[in-house]
Design a protein around this ligand. Structure first.
Ligand SMILES: Cc1ncc(COP(=O)(O)O)c(C=O)c1O
Length: 328
């Protein structure tokens, strides 16, 4: 297979052991205990309801999406399925944020659709029926757009990091936009593959996205996670997590500024940094610390880093001093 079509992500890989993982966007605050307990108690002895009726009713009752919720095996599966549904509904171009999450592009390329990168909303000018991906806030930048204009396209807002927005408010989505909700990152449970799409109407695209789902697309653990997701307990835990992540972010930014790392603004728990030397990611890995190289986002020399607890930050600082010592 052409390695160009293999996605690159932060998080676990096949390399040296990692003690402190700054490469993942997942919340370092970890999962809410009650939700974690529900996931662990999930009944694996039988299939979930293939139509996820109780889950969809629950999300409707708590969030008000009606019949328009489509459970997915995480955001990544939702992106693939939505791209296929868009193609079947006649969309020929896929507009993707640049820099942005690579799966939008890979899903479009796999289906032979034209990929159109955009840096800001004003760049989006479809010349054929189009699917537009919006990532609010955006991975890898942590950037957010103040106002999204109306777009003459099928629009999906990927809200993977909305619960990890540490500053400011979410902008209103363009009218008629779909939403992709994948809370496992905010819940510190990325190993549980669970998310959902919300359609604006039961239209042709919705019918395609519904019929393209494999049977039992969402596991028993995934159902348990999503059942707990809207609860007051989970939302209170998340509010607390944001307070803690804000503090860790400020502390980590101060540490990196003191070491002359260039840093871009971000409203989330992750952001782009440019270390003073390009080999630092590889060297830190030898010390059990992982960063996310941003070259695959079109940003050579940059890395994406997430806020980690003080102990991990101290380990990062120590490792950087050790590397300096090794090179002296
Ligand atoms: C913007 C964005 N959307 C979706 C995903 C997919 O996440 P998952 O499949 O774990 O829900 C990710 C994962 O990194 C992401 O960064």
């Amino acid at each position: 297979m052409n390695p160009m079509f293999l996605p690159e992500h932060g998080g676990p890989d096949d390399g040296l052991p990692v003690v402190h993982d700054f490469s993942t966007n997942a919340s370092a605050f970890g999962p809410p205990p009650a939700l974690m307990h529900a996931v662990q108690r999930a009944d694996r002895s039988c299939y979930p309801d293939p139509h996820y009726r109780a889950l969809r009713r629950h999300l409707d009752r708590t969030e008000g999406h009606g019949e328009l919720v489509l459970p997915t095996a995480g955001g990544a599966e939702g992106i693939r399925r939505m791209t296929m549904a868009a193609m079947l509904a006649g969309r020929r171009e896929v507009w993707v944020p640049q820099p942005g999450f690579g799966d939008y592009t890979l899903a479009a390329q796999a289906l032979g659709l034209a990929v159109r990168p955009y840096a800001s909303p004003s760049d989006i000018r479809p010349s054929a029926p189009a699917l537009v991906w919006i990532c609010e806030p955006c991975n890898p930048t942590g950037a957010s757009v103040a106002t999204w204009p109306a777009l003459d396209a099928l629009v999906v807002v990927d809200r993977a990091y909305e619960p990890l927005r540490l500053q400011g408010d979410a902008p209103a989505p363009p009218p008629g936009a779909w939403q992709l909700i994948c809370p496992n990152k905010a819940l510190g449970l990325t190993g549980v593959r669970a998310g959902y799409l919300v359609a604006p109407a039961a239209d042709t695209v919705w019918a395609h996205a519904l019929s393209l789902a494999p049977s039992w697309v969402l596991s028993a653990e995934g159902v348990a996670l999503l059942m707990q997701w809207p609860s007051d307990d989970t939302q209170a835990w998340l509010a607390n997590a944001r307070i803690q992540l804000r503090e860790w972010t400020a502390r980590q930014r101060a540490l990196l500024a003191g070491l002359d790392w260039l840093q871009r603004p971000s409203c989330t728990n992750f952001w782009l940094v440019r270390p003073p030397r390009p080999d630092i990611g590889l060297r830190l890995r030898e010390h059990g610390i992982q960063l996310r190289d941003a070259a695959s986002f079109g940003l050579p020399g940059w890395v994406r880093i997430s806020a980690q607890p003080p102990a991990a930050q101290q380990a990062l600082q120590r490792a950087l001093l050790d590397i300096e010592g090794e090179d002296a």
